[in-house]
Structure formats: structure tokens, C-alpha cells
Design a binder for this molecule. Sequence first.
Ligand SMILES: [Fe+2]
Ligand SMILES: [Fe+2]
Length: 279
Amino acid sequence: MAPQRSKPVETLRRDPPMGRGSSRARGDANCVGHSSHGIVLQPRPAAPKAPASTAPTNPLYNVSMASAPRVFTPLDRLIREFDRALRTVAGANVAGRPYPAEGIPESLTESESRRRAAALMRVNHAGEIAAQALYHGQALTARTPAVRESLVEAAREETDHLAWCEQRIGELGGRTSLLAPVWYAGSFAIGVAAGLAGDRNSLGFVVETEKQVAEHLDSHLSELPAGDDRSRQIVTQMQHDEQVHGANARDSGGIDLPGPVQRLMRATARVMTRTAYRI
Ligand SMILES: [Fe+2]
Ligand SMILES: [Fe+2]
């Protein structure tokens, strides 16, 4: 964990509460307090540069605790994976990038159109849950730290997609798939198996997954109700990201998977998308 920047006590006391848009949530080092609170606003002094050492300055830590690399036991890993799964399916995902539909007016007013758009976005959301689970499963059994880290990073980037789909579904008055835990568990098991097949096969699995997801999103662009520009903008951004993810995996050494494996992946995805449209 990065060391905490030390802040003047007075400045910390006057910060607004943590929340969306608060100065602390944005990490804005020079933000000032709310004038409506009657507090004299003072620019916060520039944060000091982080020390070269990563050791915490808290005297409760001794040097050996701070510098020793953390060794994860199998139980640690099990708890970490369970925590990730809960966070993913609980719908508590926060995007790191702006919402693609921001500024686009809502045009869907007819209930049948809203229901259909929500169902399609629910399918996309289920796909993103599956992507998270696949990548975490693959990371767990990756052979090299570099591939493991790239898979964890890929899953992190998919969090934006999860959050955007959740937000859009909420706008349309819909709900996410009731089978989200099933999609996560099944995809995680597939990811573990893909990782055990070796890093080049595992990266090839990412290439094929992203290719199929991008194709699927392309079909949704034509299936979404006419005029639903907000959903279309989200799906278009996701499609672009998936293409980049696939290209990165190929550049990292991903190989083409055998035809039967590709067909099995398509069949599995078809079951998930048809089920998630309804449930
Ligand atoms: Fe995605
Ligand atoms: Fe992706």
C-alpha cells in the first residue's frame, strides 16, 4: 500500500465528508473547504513529495515488518477471491473513468422500450461479471507473475464496464441478473482451467473471449431500441475497450485456441446471454 501523505491536522479537520465529489474522494490536494460552512478558505499547501522509502512512518511498525514482502497463504488467497466475488456480484462497483452516457439526453420513455434496453444491458452486465471471474480465475493459476498481474489489471479495467452497466440498468428501472453468483462461480472455474493450460493458452483465451464479447456488443448496438443513445454510447465504449484488451493479450503472447474450444466458448456464452436476458 502506498504511504499516506501527511496533511496538516487543521486541513484534515475542515475537509467535507467523504463522498462522491468530495475533495478527498477526488484526491485533490489543493481543494478548499465549503464556504457555506462559514470556514475561512485556505488553499491547502502542496502535498510533500513521497519519501523514497516505502516504509511507513508510523512508529508502531518496525522496519522488518514494513520491508518484508507479504506472503499469502492458501487461506489468504481463498479469502481474497471470496471477497472479490462478493464485491463483483453485490453491485458495489465504482468506475474509474467518466460515465460514457454523461450529457446525452434520455429519450426512452415508452415502458416496453425501457424494459428491452434494460434486459440487453443486464446481459452485458452478466458478461462483465463473467469476464471478472474468468480473469481472476486465470490469474490464480497463471504461471508467471507478469501474466498474473496483467490479468488482474485486465479485470480491474472491466470494473468500469460493470459500473456503467449497473448505472444504466438503474436508470432504466431494471435489475441485474439474479444468477450473477452462478455466472461468477462458473466463469471462475473456467478461468482456473484456462490458467492451468499455460500462459500462452490462457492469454489466447483472453484474445478469444474479448473477440466474442466485441462481436456480441456489436449485435446489441443494432438490437437496442431506436433512440437509446445513452445505452449505445456505453456499449460503443465497451466494445472499443474489449478490442484493446484482446489486442494487448495477443501482443503479450496469446495464441489462437483450437476450433472446438472456440465453439465451446460460443455455446457457453449463448446459454448465459439467453438466460440473463430473462433472469
Ligand atoms: Fe468488459
Ligand atoms: Fe475486456
